[in-house]
Design a protein around this ligand. Structure first.
Ligand SMILES: NC(=O)c1ccc[n+]([C@@H]2O[C@H](COP(=O)([O-])OP(=O)(O)OC[C@H]3O[C@@H](n4cnc5c(N)ncnc54)[C@H](O)[C@@H]3O)[C@@H](O)[C@H]2O)c1
Length: 372
């Protein structure tokens, strides 16, 4: 039984599928601050299997402890967190409170429940401005914004935790740029408001929800002048979590990049998206954005050595899958699907009242309004 924090989110919902498809049981917790429970309804229909959902906040140590204990959790994959770099500059304390304090509380609950296997979602942003490329795991950690620093401090905290108690098995996964969606088109990235990431923005322009994309600078030292990033298909990223769980057989702390090792420029992404969508994404070029670097991509060698994992999907597939999700769900998870989930949750409430209040059912998503 795996506890997945942030399970209703973009990456979390894809990790749920990887775990359920591998035959593992999942309890997903989320405070739904940046997600919709409809994602987990769809995960269940994609997999034909159920999972347990608890509406809980990772900062609520007691609630997490109760879930760990009641569900018989053996390992935790920890994705819950706030993730917008720009927002973290405006509200740094909120990021420290949610991400760092939240992880402290989660780990304390795990310690109390004697669950000592943890896979943590870190970010390649911990590397800061590249001193060399590709970025390998030995690159110095010099994050340049509060969001990146929360990931860095959590990584350091987890290393200290292991030094104090060598029973722990900890995997730190440093994601590059996750994009794309499940091939069914049923789940994907559903940003609230203006998207922070490139592909959701491109897709919203392609579908006519936004007029044009603003490219932040075309005078970088790259072949076409636009920035280069390591885009990784979210389904490949999700399978990396399963590999990490399987390889955490030895005690210790293992930090691993999850990237493709290839870089693609912003213009290449737009062209690839045009090709699969048959649309022509409008864009204009603006000034460089403070804090952006020219080129950024992973050295994925260690992931192959340590986890036996490597990415498989192409940029074309990332764009095609994202486009399918966008076309099938122009308003994301908002609308009819939510009503359906609420109805089901009322059914679940009736069922719950008729059975033991303490037991979390494995056959349904538990009440979304149940705040732990
Ligand atoms: N998407 C990316 O580009 C990217 C890149 C690198 C690292 N990451 C990390 O991966 C993780 C997942 O990212 P995502 O893109 O799926 O984001 P997301 O916002 O879609 O998912 C995060 C989930 O965590 C939940 N959450 C936030 N704070 C919580 C709390 N205190 N208690 C319970 N739930 C909480 C949110 O409601 C959301 O469902 C995050 O930790 C993020 O920092 C993401």
């Amino acid at each position: 039984m795996i506890l997945l924090t942030g399970g209703a989110g973009y990456i979390g919902s894809h990790v749920c599928i990887a775990l359920l498809d591998a035959g593992l049981d999942v309890v997903a917790i989320d405070n739904l601050s940046n997600s919709n429970i409809a994602s987990l309804e769809r995960v269940q229909s994609i997999c034909g299997r159920s999972l347990v959902f608890r509406h809980a906040d990772i900062r609520n140590e007691e609630a997490i402890y109760e879930i760990l204990r009641a569900c018989g959790v053996t390992a935790v994959i920890h994705l819950a967190g706030l993730k917008a770099v720009g927002d973290s500059n405006v509200r740094p304390m909120t990021y420290y409170e949610n991400n760092v304090l939240g992880t402290m509380r989660l780990v304390s609950a795990m310690k109390k429940a004697k669950v000592k296997t943890l896979v943590f979602s870190s970010s390649a942003t911990v590397y800061g401005v590249p001193r060399y490329l590709p970025l390998d795991e030995k690159h110095p950690l010099e994050p340049t914004n509060p969001y990146g620093r929360t990931k860095f401090f959590i990584e350091e905290m987890l290393r200290d935790l292991y030094r104090s108690d060598d029973d722990w098995r900890i995997g730190i996964l440093r994601y590059f740029n996750p994009v794309g969606a499940h091939e069914s088109g049923l789940i994907g990235e559903d940003p609230l408001g203006v998207p922070n990431n490139l592909l959701p923005f491109v897709a919203q322009v392609a579908i006519g929800k936004r007029e044009k994309l603003l490219i932040w600078g075309n005078d970088y030292d790259t072949p076409d002048g636009t920035g280069i990033r390591d885009f990784i298909h979210v389904v490949d990223l999700a399978s990396g979590h399963l590999s990490a769980l399987r390889h955490l057989t030895k005690r210790g702390v293992l930090a691993v990049n999850l990237g493709t090792g290839r870089g693609n420029s912003v213009l290449e992404v737009i062209r690839a998206f045009d090709a699969v969508s048959g649309r022509s994404v409008r864009y204009e070029t603006g000034e460089r954005r403070a804090g952006d670097v020219a080129i950024w991509y992973a050295d994925p060698t260690f992931a192959k050595e340590a986890l036996g994992w490597k990415s498989a999907r192409s940029l074309g597939q990332m764009c095609a899958d994202h486009w399918r999700w966008q076309l099938q769900n122009p308003d994301g998870y908002r609308g009819i699907e939510v009503l359906k989930v609420q109805e089901r949750s009322r059914d679940a409430d009736r069922h719950r009242r008729a059975s033991s209040p303490e037991v979390l059912s494995k056959r349904r998503i538990a009440r979304p309004h149940e705040r732990a």
